[in-house]
Design a protein around this ligand. Structure first.
Ligand SMILES: [Zn+2]
Length: 149
């Protein structure tokens, strides 16, 4: 299922971006036990390389821009960085992915990261209520740390 901006900033989003030949897997999440409300619009970006999760940088959820982090092994020329920067730009500017490009969920809840019983959903039943409306979610999450799906 194609990713959306709301999914990507859901708190713990797993997805892939592909041009049909190569693909990158990403995880965009809050740090540790930090809730979405505490993240102040800055989410951690990870990618996978040879089965290992590597830190890329931070996503500004308001601008959709990804910045290379200080502890990142990547620089501005790294394909894993360029691809996520581009994919977020497509989403944040409200455009569609070009033909042949795919940015898709992997069957995990975008908020808690747990495997979904229904893979045709962005969020599981527990998290959907707090994630479907970002504004109310921000307020509610001060009292509710993480959902269970
Ligand atoms: Zn969930």
């Amino acid at each position: 299922m194609q990713i959306t901006k709301e999914f990507v900033i859901g708190g713990n989003a797993h997805f892939t971006v592909s041009n049909g030949l190569t693909y990158f897997r990403y995880q965009i999440k809050t740090s540790g036990r930090e809730s979405l409300a505490d993240s102040q619009g800055s989410l951690l970006v990870y990618t996978w390389h040879n089965g290992r999760r590597l830190y890329v940088g931070r996503l500004n959820e308001y601008t959709g821009v990804v910045h290379i982090g200080r502890r990142s092994r990547f620089d501005n020329n790294a394909m894993a960085f360029k691809v996520i920067l581009w994919a977020c730009n497509v989403l944040w500017t409200g455009r569609n992915f070009p033909p042949g490009y795919h940015a898709e969920t992997v069957g995990r809840c975008g908020h808690c990261g747990r495997k979904l019983a229904d893979v045709n959903q962005y969020f599981g039943p527990e998290c959907r209520r707090i994630s479907i409306n970002r504004l109310s979610a921000r307020l509610q999450e001060y009292n509710l740390a993480y959902g269970r799906c």
